[in-house]
Design a protein around this ligand. Structure first.
Ligand SMILES: Cc1ncc(COP(=O)(O)O)c(C=O)c1O
Length: 354
């Protein structure tokens, strides 16, 4: 039996699972639903047409051009940036280089599941710290958990997935002022309405900010994430980076997007307006027990009846449900779609309630 050879601690491990389902409207993965800019589409065509050895040769393993452009955009040097296959890979690399078997990793609950899954896969010990009743961060609690467990890493996600609220800059600085271990601030949704910690990187050698092109910039399919931190920190994380991790095509498309940011900023603005519209609609509904304000491109709601999720799925609308157990029991997360998709969602919810 193959399982006899497997790591015993992984026998009951539940990997990240995102089933492929049919849909008309996809509101379950916090993607950007809009088309790419004409500029980016044209550049992609040219990239393919002009192909000399783009496809036959390995890509630039150090991702120079993209890192330079990101450096200019964020006001940091290229040496303070690492690019990875989605920010998922960066989470994994950070854990790999810092966590030894049994080391503790502080992870918010509820939050993005990959912090815990990667920690387990890399022999670390997940120590959850709970968000409060409104899913806000409790900084005293984080500091107490730090004192009690002396973890190797602390994760903070802001705006947090799936709750949509953000950590305060003061709160995060309090943590960074107090602790010595690396603190990872995951800003996957910061472009929507967050407060970035990037300007504070010169103040904190142990701060790592995680970013992604999967959400605001709409290339989840190309898998590009990146981290910004001190040069020393980036050098350490680079130790675990596989060579040629980012495909030539991914590197190229991300640079095209950075050349046309006005277009994407307009989309972010549009998504935020749509979010406000959906939020106001959700507030008055009988089928929602609680609606959480959101700084990201999704809204979390507590539903009164689990049938709503199957009803939406039966109409080919995918949303993310969290089951009926744990802190997110009876909650569902709705990604902000296009205006047309949101109108169709609103019509379906009205029909469900009727
Ligand atoms: C908070 C958070 N961080 C990181 C990721 C991973 O994003 P990616 O690997 O696509 O960059 C996600 C994806 O949903 C997320 O919600």
């Amino acid at each position: 039996m193959i399982k006899d050879y497997m790591r015993k601690d992984l026998l009951d491990f539940k990997p990240y699972h995102a089933p492929l389902m049919n849909y008309d409207i996809k509101l379950d993965a916090n993607e950007n639903p809009y088309a790419h800019s004409p500029y980016v589409l044209e550049k992609i065509k040219l990239w393919i047409d002009e192909e000399k050895d783009h496809l036959t040769r390995y890509p630039d393993t150090d991702v120079h051009e993209l890192r330079q452009k990101l450096g200019t955009y964020h006001g940091v040097s290229e040496n303070e940036i690492i690019c990875t296959v989605g920010s998922d890979q960066l989470i994994e690399l950070i854990i790999k280089v810092f966590v030894e078997p049994g080391d503790g990793v502080l992870v918010p609950n509820p939050s993005f599941s990959m912090y815990g899954l990667s920690t387990q896969l890399n022999h670390g010990k997940v120590i959850n710290y709970e968000l409060d009743d409104a899913f806000d961060y409790d900084y005293d609690l984080i500091l107490k958990a730090y004192e009690d467990h002396k973890p190797k890493l602390i994760f903070i996600c802001t705006p947090n997935n799936p709750t949509g609220n953000k950590a305060s800059l003061e709160g995060m600085k309090r943590i960074l002022d107090h602790v010595n271990c690396p603190v990872i601030i995951d800003e996957a949704y910061e472009e929507f309405d967050g407060d970035s910690m990037v300007p504070f990187i010169p103040n904190y050698n142990n701060l790592i900010v995680l970013k992604t092109f999967s959400k605001a910039y709409g290339i989840a399919g190309l898998r590009i994430g990146y981290g910004i931190a001190s040069k020393e920190m980036i050098e350490v994380v680079n130790i675990a980076k596989p060579p040629y991790n980012l495909s030539a095509f991914s590197q190229a498309v991300a640079t095209f997007i950075l050349e046309d940011l006005d277009y994407y900023n307009d989309l972010i603005h549009k998504i935020n307006n749509e979010k406000e519209h959906l939020y106001q609609f959700f507030l008055g509904r009988d089928c929602f027990e609680r609606v959480y304000p959101s700084k990201a491109n999704f809204i979390l709601v507590k539903i009164t009846d689990m049938n709503l999720i199957t009803y939406l799925q039966s109409h080919n609308v995918l949303i993310r449900g969290f089951g009926d157990q744990g802190r997110l029991a009876y909650h569902m997360r709705v990604t902000i779609g296009t205006d047309d998709e949101n109108s169709r969602l609103i019509a379906l919810i009205k029909a469900y309630e009727a």
